[in-house]
Design a protein around this ligand. Structure first.
Ligand code: GAL
Length: 717
């Protein structure tokens, strides 16, 4: 007995030693997985992850083109440890370093000094981590990114935790006597709690934040390339509209001369919703295939609203029951898409009822929150995947599922979704919500570019014509130009006094399609986000060391402005800087990065590396073009050009600089571009001896190129 207790003592001591050794912070073991990308596995594997659910297929061609890069030296001191069934991660921070990302945020782009618990949810008004895409990824202004590939509710202390004995631990101060005393003393690290016994971590290198985003998006498969119709204008119909009412509304767009490329059908297209039957309501849509064909004959596509929760009136109800969870959402059963039969049943019904009839895409609603609507964390699912992990990846999973159905038909889709996560770049979906704060919607456009997702600041209704116009102007400079009239029945021409201005900006959206399409091709092939926060512009990120001692509004107003969070202006592609105004505003400040910038409408010089004040009037949304910017445009068109249409191209050049830029084109609807059926056409502007400019190009003979001739317009006199 005594012997036994002695043995027991040694065993206990050994176990204790093991545990305490494990609790010691340990360096990561980084393994290269692609040029400039590393992965470390910590502890035990933990079920589905965002990247496994999205089934990412890294674009190695794009990553190879970006080239090899050394492991970011800033991260060599990173450590992990485990205790209490949790995994703790720590990544060092430097003084002056800024952080971006941590999901789709609505209040701020910069994230250093924030604390978040990343949790898929409907945005509730605070950047606390509960959002539609709480992507566990951040980008540093020093040029690296960190992704925690976990489907858990992660808590991230992004530079707030202050260790007692860290290399940069701040000195204690006496608040009574020291005016420099700070409520938030200096923190030298990002700390992450993963509530699981293990996780995967990825590091992305880059000389600039843009290069980091490129590597992240390319690693996730390259950004989505929408069909051409997806980049036109879309109008979501009042929820109980019939087929006839929809066709009449479409005809109104046509006769009044407002562009339209696809329409959205809200819950009323179904016989029961919500929960959902997923089949057409036979009174409102007696002949759905005929109705869809009528739309198609007018070059208009159709998108169907759904949420995934099944009604007892659905034809798949009985068959799906064994593959649903313990709890309901609006009393609908919650399918467990980790189970192959659940995926198969949805696929069969959706293909029969929708895709094969001519439906072009989905709006996947309510896969985000709120908590009181979705399943609780005590719910169980037949696959054994926890309710927490289900919540974190449900929207992502549905995106992948539906995207695959369209891909199998060699048909591109472009839809809407309210829940997403890491690994979503290549998935053809745009996020939206019910929050409807115009200013915060624009901040979300900026922050989306650091999350590998797309976001639309949809317009629904407005109190005044001024607000209506301002909202319609911003949707036309976003990934999806959408009027969501599901509840209000608004139309672009609802406010007669601004109806012409609304039409003008919708037309401008259509004219810009060649530029937008190339911008999305850059997302697909090069990983560059189509909408870009200003901090993704080279040289824009604030570097405290470079401006040390000069940060005041008299000596260095530009550096001061750049240091502040820049969240109300953004880039569309390489050349366009958009600075929206909001209702009630007649003037605003615009930060123009280094180099010269020109007014989009007049071609006149607007400024260079400075903060300007503008009073632009109501009719136009302020847009500026970088020196040497090329903007390829088509004539205003009522629908996105179809696969055989050939149009004349006008290329505007701004400023004085010579430039070489490539214009992308393909058939606009299939995935044949992946087999090389696409064209990159070089457009060049060179300076002649007398400083005048000449444009040149060689039109490709490739049938996937849809432009006839080109005319050059030199906008800057
Ligand atoms: C909301 C959604 C709206 C609209 C509505 C229909 O959840 O955000 O855009 O689709 O459902 O019931």
């Amino acid at each position: 007995m005594r012997f036994f207790s002695g043995q027991f003592f040694f065993l206990a001591a050994f176990l204790f030693l093991c545990l305490s050794v494990q609790a010691q912070p340990t360096a990561f073991s980084w393994q290269p997985v692609a040029p400039g990308v590393w992965k470390a596995v910590v502890g035990k594997a933990d079920g589905p992850t965002p990247l496994s659910v999205a089934a990412i297929q890294p674009r190695l061609d794009g990553l190879t083109k970006l080239g090899a890069a050394p492991f970011p030296a800033w991260l060599t001191g990173s450590v992990h440890s485990q205790a209490d069934n949790k995994t703790f991660l720590r990544f060092p921070l430097q003084r002056g370093e800024q952080l971006f990302g941590l999901g789709l945020n609505f209040k701020a782009v910069q994230q250093r000094g924030t604390i978040k618990t990343l949790h898929v949810d409907h945005y509730g008004g605070r950047d606390n981590g509960r959002t539609h895409a709480p992507v566990p990824f951040y980008v540093s202004s020093l040029g690296y990114g960190v992704l925690i590939n976990s489907a858990r509710y992660l808590t991230v202390y992004a530079g707030t935790a202050v260790r007692a004995e860290g290399p940069e631990s701040p000195p204690e101060m006496n608040r009574n006597a020291d005016r420099n005393w700070q409520a938030q003393p200096y923190s030298d690290a990002v700390d992450v709690v993963v509530p699981a016994a293990g996780t995967e971590v990825y590091v992305f290198a880059g000389r600039t934040p843009m290069e980091v985003m490129q590597r992240y998006n390319l690693y996730c498969g390259g950004g989505t390339l929408p069909p051409k119709w997806g980049l036109g204008f879309t109008h979501r119909m009042p929820t109980l509209f019939t087929d006839e009412q929809i066709l009449n509304e479409v005809a109104d767009f046509e006769t009044k001369g407002y562009p339209l490329s696809f329409v959205g059908l809200e819950p009323g297209w179904q016989s029961h919703s919500y929960p959902n039957s997923f089949v057409w309501d036979s009174t409102r849509f007696p002949q759905p295939a005929r109705f869809l064909a009528q739309l198609a004959s007018k070059n208009i596509r159709a998108n169907l609203w759904i949420n995934p929760y099944v009604s007892s009136h659905s034809p798949l109800f009985n068959a799906i029951l064994p593959y649903t969870g313990s709890h309901t959402v609006w009393v609908g059963r919650v399918p467990d898409f980790n189970m192959a039969p659940a995926r198969r049943l949805y696929k069969e019904l959706f293909i029969k009822q929708h895709l094969s009839m001519g439906v072009s895409g989905y709006k996947v609603d309510e896969v985000d929150g709120y908590d009181q609507w979705l399943w609780p964390d005590v719910a169980t699912f037949p696959s054994g995947v926890s309710a927490e992990q289900m919540r974190q990846v449900y929207g992502l999973q549905f995106q992948k599922l539906t995207a695959d159905w369209f891909r199998e038909r060699n048909q591109r889709t472009y839809g809407l979704v309210r829940g997403s996560n890491a690994g979503a770049s290549a998935l053809p979906y745009v996020l939206y919500n019910d929050y409807y704060d115009h200013r915060d919607f624009i901040t979300a456009l900026c922050s989306s570019s650091f999350a590998g997702v797309l976001w639309t600041p949809e317009a629904r209704s407005s109190k005044t014509s001024e607000e209506w116009l301002r909202r319609m102007q911003t949707v036309c400079f976003s990934p999806m130009a959408m009027l969501n009239a599901w509840a209000d029945g608004t139309k672009p021409w609802t406010f007669p006094d601004v109806a012409d201005d609304v039409k003008a900006v919708m037309n401008l959206r259509m004219q810009l399609l060649p530029y937008l399409y190339t911008t999305f091709a850059q997302y697909q092939f090069e990983g560059k986000p189509p909408i870009r926060a200003m901090n993704l512009v080279d040289g824009f990120s604030f570097d405290e060391r470079a401006t040390a001692g000069t940060l005041n509004s008299t000596d260095n107003p530009y550096a001061l402005a750049v240091r502040k969070d820049c969240k109300d202006q953004f880039m569309v592609g390489d050349f366009l800087l958009v600075a929206p105004l909001f209702a009630g505003e007649t003037s605003r400040k615009v930060i123009l990065p280094a180099g010269r910038w020109y007014d989009f409408y007049t071609g006149k010089l607007a400024g260079e590396g400075e903060v300007i004040d503008i009073t632009p009037g109501l009719a136009n949304i302020p847009v500026f073009v970088k020196d040497g910017g090329l903007i390829p445009m088509i004539p205003p068109t009522l629908h996105s050009p179809n696969a055989t249409e050939k149009l004349p191209l006008t290329v505007r050049h701004y400023g004085k600089a010579a430039v070489v830029w490539t214009l992308y084109d393909d058939d606009g609807v299939t995935f044949d571009y992946e087999q090389g059926k696409h064209t990159w056409t070089q457009l060049s502007v060179s300076q002649n001896q007398n400083a005048s400019l000449t444009g040149s190009w060689t039109p490709p003979t490739d049938p996937t190129f849809h432009y006839t001739g080109i005319s050059w317009v030199f906008m800057t006199p």
